[in-house]
Design a protein around this ligand. Structure first.
Ligand SMILES: [Zn+2]
Length: 183
């Protein structure tokens, strides 16, 4: 696993937090049933309206594009993170830029070595995120504020995504291949 992947592959690198690397195929299929084709798949992403417009623009440019994730609530965000932590207990600090929120989340993992299932870790991270000030919590991921969507890798050309002028376009994070598009 190359911890530098996120930074190296970020086309639009910026200061803001959001690496958000937990979208590998399969993992989210049970909780994020939004990938099927249809006119309402973008609606179901529950994105901010201007971001939803970007998703529609992407669909126009690349009709075959498959969206795999949109806005997430805290529990879903925690579960997505837990799915990676259970494999690599340093995954949070290795993946995200170090902020107070991220340090807190990693510290929770460090101080709960007996929490070794996705459920246990997700519960701990959820409780912790719920206890954070909102601004801190929202900085964890643009998915929490409805300002990011994930696309199935290679379901559209990268040029169709860069044409949207996203603030983030991440193609690999924490060793996982994902296409994350943030605005
Ligand atoms: Zn994402």
């Amino acid at each position: 696993m190359d911890n530098l992947d996120a930074a190296q592959n970020s086309v639009y690198e910026e200061e803001e937090q959001d690496v958000d690397p937990f979208h590998e195929e399969g993992m989210n299929l049970d909780t994020e049933d939004i990938s099927e084709a249809g006119s309402s798949d973008i609606d179901r992403l529950n994105l901010d309206s201007d971001v939803a417009d970007k998703a529609r623009e992407l669909r126009r440019r690349a009709p075959g594009v498959i969206f795999t994730s949109g806005r997430r609530d805290i529990a879903r965000q925690a579960r997505a993170m837990a799915g990676n932590v259970v494999v690599n207990r340093r995954w949070i600090e290795q993946t995200y830029r170090s902020t107070t929120a991220i340090q807190s989340l990693q510290q929770w993992v460090n101080s709960h070595p007996n929490a070794d299932t996705v459920d246990e870790i997700a519960r701990g991270l959820t409780d912790l995120m719920n206890a954070m000030p909102e601004a801190q919590r929202m900085g964890i991921s643009k998915h929490l504020s409805g300002r990011a969507f994930d696309v199935k890798p290679n379901s559209c050309p990268t040029s169709a995504i860069t044409a949207l002028s996203p603030r983030q376009f991440l193609q690999r994070e924490g060793g996982l291949v994902i296409w994350h598009v943030g605005f």
